[in-house]
Design a protein around this ligand. Structure first.
Ligand code: DAH
Length: 359
């Protein structure tokens, strides 16, 4: 069929008389209306236009013997054929716009199509990280006792991290916290105790604050030690603060966060407190018998603490004959470890959902 059309299209045209030509021009216009408007896409439309009015198209073909006509006849036929050509181009343009709009609309339609039969994607709802969850619990507990939550920078000056905490440059105690230094001399804080100094510089007593945050140390990593970890510092300064306040509040804290656990205080040395203590909790992994996690002691040290050293008060210009205070630096990751019986701190930081979704 295609072939036949092709042969007919290319058939040599008989010589036509002027009236026949005018007649044919009318027919071409009718064909054009029909062929162009019937085109299904832009390719077909273009090829129909070429067939009708192109260089080798029908229009040219029927005019091929026009030179043999009188000038009068040429004029009439010429103007008629120009007229028809213009009309054909007009039809072509309209149809082209119509096809372009249609294909654009179809594109938009497909793009916005929603298949309501496709099953939905299940989005699993998780929960806060165990460290964040326990942190919020602890924050609630301390807020209920009038403690305010404060923060300090993770990158500290040696002054706030050491000097003002009564750890002068050449003091051997500095070795305990010796750490990475940045090239500009600043230090990723080794503990949140630096926030004690920053707070006491800004606020005058009475004051009660907790300061949770990340700390960094030059540490050989194992199940209970990380080079990056969370601490929660606490500071209570007032006229009549005593060691018994410290003991009472910290024992209550352990009870609140971990339930009834066996605790003990033992003396310890920290240059910024006097006396200094460590609050230990009975190891929940061995029930106090001794195991790898508690280094066979039966106890896990979680809250180092003590009464604020008068020399620290001197640095922040608080009169130590009027005010006294206690401070503590809770090893926060260890609290979480004991609360959830996690036997390796590293598990908390690996972002492993198999582990985290258990809590
Ligand atoms: N900053 C100490 C450390 O990281 C812990 C500490 C001990 C904090 C005694 C205190 C404190 O506030 O009173 O090892």
């Amino acid at each position: 069929m295609e072939k036949e059309n092709e042969i007919q299209r290319n058939a040599p045209h008989a010589l036509l008389s002027p009236p026949e030509i005018l007649n044919s021009l009318g027919k071409i216009f009718e064909d054009a209306d029909h062929l162009l408007n019937g085109s299904k896409d832009l390719n077909e439309l273009d090829s129909q236009l070429r067939f009708l009015a192109g260089k080798k198209g029908k229009l040219t073909e029927i005019l091929h013997n026009i030179h043999s006509f009188t000038p009068e006849e040429k004029k009439i036929i010429g103007s008629e054929s120009n007229e028809i050509k213009k009309k054909i181009e007009g039809i072509y343009k309209n149809k082209k716009n119509e096809l372009i709009n249609a294909s654009h609309n179809e594109y938009l339609l497909n793009r916005n199509r929603i298949d309501l039969t496709i099953p939905g994607v299940y989005i699993e709802r998780l929960h806060t990280h165990p460290i964040t969850a326990v942190l919020e619990e602890a924050a609630d507990f301390f807020s209920s006792m009038g403690f305010e939550i404060v923060e300090g920078p993770e990158i500290e000056t040696a002054y706030y991290n050491f000097d003002a905490l009564n750890i002068p440059p050449n003091h051997p105690a500095r070795d305990v916290w010796d750490t990475f230094y940045l090239l500009n001399g600043l230090v990723p804080r080794t503990h949140t105790s630096s926030v004690q100094i920053r707070t006491m510089e800004k606020k005058s007593p009475p004051l009660r604050v907790i300061a949770p945050g990340r700390c960094y140390r030059y540490e050989a990593v194992d199940a209970t030690h990380l080079f990056m970890f969370n601490q929660m510092e606490g500071l209570f300064v007032d006229k009549n603060v005593r060691l018994t306040d410290l003991k009472g509040i910290l024992e209550e804290t352990v009870k609140y966060l971990l339930g009834a656990k066996k605790t003990r205080f033992r003396p310890a040395f920290y240059p910024f407190v006097e006396p200094g203590l460590d609050l230990d909790i009975e190891c929940s992994f061995c029930g106090g018998k001794g195991c790898g996690i508690c280094k066979n002691t039966g106890w896990i040290e979680v809250i180092p603490c003590g009464m604020v050293h008068p020399d620290v008060f001197k640095y922040v210009k608080i009169d130590s004959s009027k005010y006294r205070g206690f401070a503590f630096g809770m090893g926060f990751d260890r609290i979480v470890m004991l609360k959830y019986n996690i036997n390796d701190l590293r598990l908390l930081y690996q972002g492993n959902l198999d582990v985290l979704s258990q809590f």
